[in-house]
Design a protein around this ligand. Structure first.
Ligand code: ADP
Ligand code: ZN
Length: 526
């Protein structure tokens, strides 16, 4: 039988699927010919089959490197249910089980082995693989979540950079690297670090046309969320992401009070409770899971109808990956988000307080700015998203908030000048609330104590409300005209971009949030 016929047979008989999807067939074809592969496929695209089927069709064991230790047991259980001889090796196993798996491997009783990267790199494991290679054989190496190799990426794992050892020690064995997230730069890093210069590269479109994108500003975010859920998803399953554990618990409780089954999920809960909530989400209909980003990697539920963010993801990659958990079955689904100024400040502070290197912090800052750019843009969000992943599209999508109701903008240069000069004159060390109080000419003891009631900018902003000023400041930060200081107090500073704006050399168009809200209400009433 031809290898590809064998692959089809496995697809039909073992998995029970009629046909390959997307690039699966070509990817499998390359591996069956012994070639290396880099496969970029969106979440839910069906990456696993791309290495599982050739591992089964070729002689020897398929070795799968995966960072998701917590999921290995489930993955292996699922494979065993299909009748596939799968096993895993990671730090959760006791010594006896490890020995047993090793014995079964050498006796040719295992077809697929999942290994954590740090385990694979140990000399003991490499020696075992060499014995395996010269006895039952190794069918292929699959490196899952390959973006972990990238320092530029959001899931950097130093061990991944050492996986080039596989190319050195096992030169004839095909390797496939897979990821759902890769901008141009990450892609290049994967190729270099993993020595995939000669690999066949398969890139599936990252477009998820069935997902509708909405990003709103976050006043009364919870109320907005409820209106969104009640109007669009009264009975659907969905995920609500929040930044903090407390917000997760509060929001779950609140949604439950509105009559929905809403379960919290975060790293501070016991493993048992987390597992129980995850199982209920997977098995029952219409459950909402309210989670920190701890939830989701490897979750495979096809009919998640909405993913809502009650806070800002820290990068476009994270946003894409999290929203990508909606609508895996291809049915219309919503990615909805409400975010506010406080999110930006909190995220900046978290990034600054982390133990990451200066270089890493710069990268994170840059990525957050890109995410803010996506939030504040006034044109098609899908185009911007795909552009970010190196996939320019000629036409606006017609299936995002900006396409469907283009935001109104206003000429905000004068307001911005007032805001920037107030930041400057108060010494570039105060947070947003204080600056707004000065602009509004608030009678406040702190302002008097600093003598800021004597400044020329004191009370020059009364034509805007407090809420409007918060909108203005949020956009100025998002667009890079102001930066949130890194001292942990959220002080605002001018940036290189501020100067031409202050000198009146450029125009500035900002979104008109309040107006949009009013227009929408009137439309609804009509
Ligand atoms: P990814 O790892 O890319 O997120 P998975 O490999 O988990 O995606 O696959 C997502 C879902 O699609 C799984 O339920 C899988 O069984 C299913 N699937 C994959 N390939 C096919 C196919 N050719 N036909 C039907 N379903 C498929
Ligand atoms: Zn659009």
């Amino acid at each position: 039988m031809l290898p590809m016929q064998r692959a089809y047979q496995i697809l039909n008989n073992t998995y029970g699927y009629a046909d390959f999807r997307l690039n699966q067939q070509d990817i499998i074809g390359s591996l069956l010919q012994g070639r290396d592969v880099l496969a970029l496929m969106p979440t839910g695209g069906g990456k696993s089959l791309c290495y599982q089927i050739p591992a089964l069709a070729r002689d020897g064991v398929g070795i799968v490197v995966s960072p998701l230790i917590a999921l290995m047991q489930d993955q292996v259980d699922a494979l065993q249910q299909l009748g596939i001889r799968a096993a895993f090796l990671n730090s959760t196993l006791n010594y006896g089980t490890v020995l047993q798996v090793e014995r079964e491997l050498l006796e040719g009783e295992i077809d697929l082995l999942y290994v954590a990267p740090e385990r694979l790199l140990g000399e003991k494991m490499l020696a075992l693989l060499e014995r395996l290679n010269s006895s039952v054989g190794i069918a292929l190496f699959a490196i899952d979540e390959a973006h972990c190799v990238s320092q530029w990426g959001h899931d950097f794992r130093p061990e991944y950079q050492q996986l080039s050892v596989l190319a050195e020690r096992f030169p004839g064995i095909p390797r496939i690297a897979l990821t759902a997230t890769a901008d141009q730069r990450t892609r290049q890093e994967i190729i270099q670090q993993l020595r995939l210069q000669n690999a066949d590269v398969y890139i599936n479109s990252f477009d998820r046309p069935n997902i509708h994108y909405t990003i709103r500003q976050g006043q009364n975010a919870r109320q907005q969320l409820w209106r969104f859920i009640a109007d669009n998803h009264p009975q659907d399953a969905g995920i609500v992401y929040c930044l903090s554990r407390k917000k997760v618990e509060d929001t779950a409780l609140w949604l439950a009070e509105q009559g929905r089954v809403a379960l919290p999920y975060h790293a501070g809960m016991s493993a048992d409770t987390r597992r129980e909530h995850q199982q209920r989400f997977l098995r029952e209909d219409g459950v909402i899971i309210v989670a920190t980003i701890a939830f989701g990697m490897g979750i495979d539920k096809p009919d998640v109808r909405f993913v809502a963010h009650l806070s800002l993801p820290k990068s476009i990659e994270a946003y894409y990956q999290e929203t990508g958990r909606a609508g895996r079955d291809g049915q219309p689904s919503n990615a909805w988000m409400a975010y506010g100024l406080q999110d930006v400040i909190t995220l900046r502070q978290m990034m600054q307080e982390s133990t990451a290197s200066e270089q890493q912090k710069r990268v994170e800052h840059h990525k957050l700015q890109a995410m803010l750019g996506l939030c504040e843009m006034t044109t098609c969000r899908r185009q911007a998203l795909l552009e970010y992943f190196g996939e320019p599209t000629p036409e606006p999508c017609g299936n995002c908030d900006n396409c469907q109701s283009p935001p109104e903008v206003w000429e905000a240069a004068v307001a911005a000048q007032k805001a920037l000069s107030c930041v400057y004159r108060t010494g570039q060390r105060f947070g947003v609330n204080y600056i707004i109080d000065v602009l509004l000419g608030k009678d406040d003891s702190r302002i008097r104590q600093f003598g800021h009631d004597q400044l020329s900018t004191y009370g020059i902003g009364t034509e805007h409300s407090q809420a409007e000023w918060r909108n203005i400041f949020r956009q100025l930060i998002a667009l890079g005209y102001l930066s949130v200081d890194v001292d942990g107090h959220g002080g605002l500073r001018l940036t290189d971009k501020s100067r031409p704006l202050l000198r009146g050399e450029i125009e500035l168009h900002l979104r008109k949030e309040q107006m949009r809200e009013r227009v929408r209400k009137e439309r609804n009433r009509a």
